[in-house]
Design a binder for this molecule. Sequence first.
Ligand SMILES: O=P(O)(O)OC[C@H]1O[C@H](O[C@H]2O[C@H](CO)[C@@H](O)[C@H](O)[C@H]2O)[C@H](O)[C@@H](O)[C@@H]1O
Length: 680
Amino acid sequence: MVGRFDRSLWEAYVAANKIFSQRVIEVINPEDDYVWIHDYHLMVLPTFLRRRFNRLRMGFFLHSPFPSSEIYRTLPVREEILKALLNSDLIGFHTFDYARHFLSCCSRMLGLEYQSKRGYIGLEYYGRTVGIKIMPVGIHMGQIQSVLKLADKDWRVGELKQQFEGKTILLGVDDMDIFKGINLKLLAMEQLLKQHPKWQGRAILVQITNPARGRGRDLEEVQAEIQESCRRINDTFRLPGYEPVIFIDRPVSLSERSAYFTIAECVVVAAVRDGMNLTPYEYIVCRQGVSGSESSSESSDPKKSMLVVSEFIGCSPSLSGAIRVNPWNIEATAEAMNEAISMADSEKQLRHEKHYRYVSTHDVAYWSRSFYQDMERTCKDHFRRRCWGIGLSFGFRVVALDPNFKKLNIDQIESAYIKSKNRAILLDYDGTVMPQTTINKTPTQEVISIINTLCSDVKNTVFVVSGRGRDSLGTWFAPCQKLGIAAEHGYFMRWSVDKDWENCGQSNDFGWIQIAEPVMKLYTEATDGSSIEKKESGLVWHHRDADPGFGAAQAKELLDHLESVLANEPVAVKSGQCIVEVKPQGISKGSVAEKIFTSMAESGRQADFVLCIGDDRSDEDMFESIDNAIASDILTSSKSVFACTVGQKPSKAKYYLDDTSDVINMLQALAEASDPPPSP
Ligand SMILES: O=P(O)(O)OC[C@H]1O[C@H](O[C@H]2O[C@H](CO)[C@@H](O)[C@H](O)[C@H]2O)[C@H](O)[C@@H](O)[C@@H]1O
């Protein structure tokens, strides 16, 4: 039966996490301590701790699988859990698959894209970079090695060797729960004896099963199935002095378990889901043995071990010498078991050596050191940044900003505006004065009126600087007679309606379109919802209407593809908001800004006030050009330079506004502070 979501259970879970947070808060020193939270029981704890301490250094490690977004998205509290985890600084997973599922949920449900920088994966979340760590946990080498030295283990090894003399032991060690695939393993054993009769009377499956920790009908059904399979297999294949399945369902100490590992030719894990599963690691270390142990298996003979492991468990990717199986495929698992126990000793030894090298170096101490180092790196700027918490309940998050990155204060810019005499006002279009989500891209009457008021102040030089084509911009802004327009990132420029368009391109060679267009078409055909926009000077591939994850992945691939095929062409390939664009070399919003500042300076009206505002990567070129213009004295360095990005994100701009409505409000304030047009 599929369980329904029960809100009261969720509330109890949240309440338990809250109580946990209160205890943690009592004991930590938030300035010095690192907090490392473990596993699914405490997934919303980061929010409770972050609410209390904005700058607390906090990591989270999930020891269980993170489901694929197709499953996760059915959860009624899906956003709450993701947002809570994102209040940590570093989120760890055992495998790339689990991390990939989490990242894809963040992309699909929260619209967050991850970036990989120099090998580290990070998610930008309100100015904080949340690190993603992929590192499977290891075992405690010291603990196992000390158990291996115990006399009672040696004694038990001796007993077992006697008991199973001449037999080949396949071993299973699992908890009794519904995910461990114990019955699938028994069915595979039965199949092995049928498919390969030579093992009848010789191969034994010893299945150690730790007593169940839970209860319920599902578990009872699984237990009944297991009992029935054991009975059937033994009734069918039993011989005098031979039981093919030995089922041990009592608590087994680590020392006794080690003895079983020592005598087993192969360990089989058939779990259908398991976060990690360290049984194979323990087995490998026990088969290696330690010097000082008396049991003969730990002689100086070459060591060997064999593993058959389910591909659905976290340790599977790290065990490259194991035979990996889909445990639901009984025949294939039986074949893998046969292959494992029939393999030549030399091959078993090589596989064992490879595994032992990995397991002994990647132990639990290595894992925790590595996580801690990544936490240190991820949190290194915590106390330098300005942080504040916003949002209620699970919407709570901390906004962190570089100390030099401030929200644009309207009073401050207005006062600088009033004091200045020559102003340069450069406005991006999409995402700045026009919301990205609006379908009708024609500017509103309000925008036209504000821009017209700004243009009619003789102190102002106002430009719309956009990636869009000159036809649409020219039509939309026809009522703004004095407005300058830079279209297609500045390939075309016009200083006012009564002036001609200038072509600023350095080359008329558009042969590259023959190369770029077929590549873009290929991606368009392969990516449902994507399209190509042809501009006069460039080509744009749009993926806003494609599946978010697939579109973003295809965009990365396309960018790479175009860069390589166009390497010798006079073009630049850039990505932007849901676009990949090819445009002529030397054309950028940065050069537009430079031209405007230079022209103003040359006409004796050097700008003493600059407002430059945009939201996208192409606008960063404008922000950068301001610094260059100051360095080359085209602009004077004064406090009246306002480079502003829309949305809080890493930027070369010193200021930000939250969204387009903030931009319009700010421009409205400047319009109100403007001088009226001179009387005719
Ligand atoms: O420089 P901007 O004014 O910010 O213009 C950049 C691009 O704007 C247009 O694309 C944007 O709007 C599309 C919807 O109409 C949207 O799907 C896309 O994601 C946005 O980036 C324009 O189509 C591009 O040519 C411009 O480069």
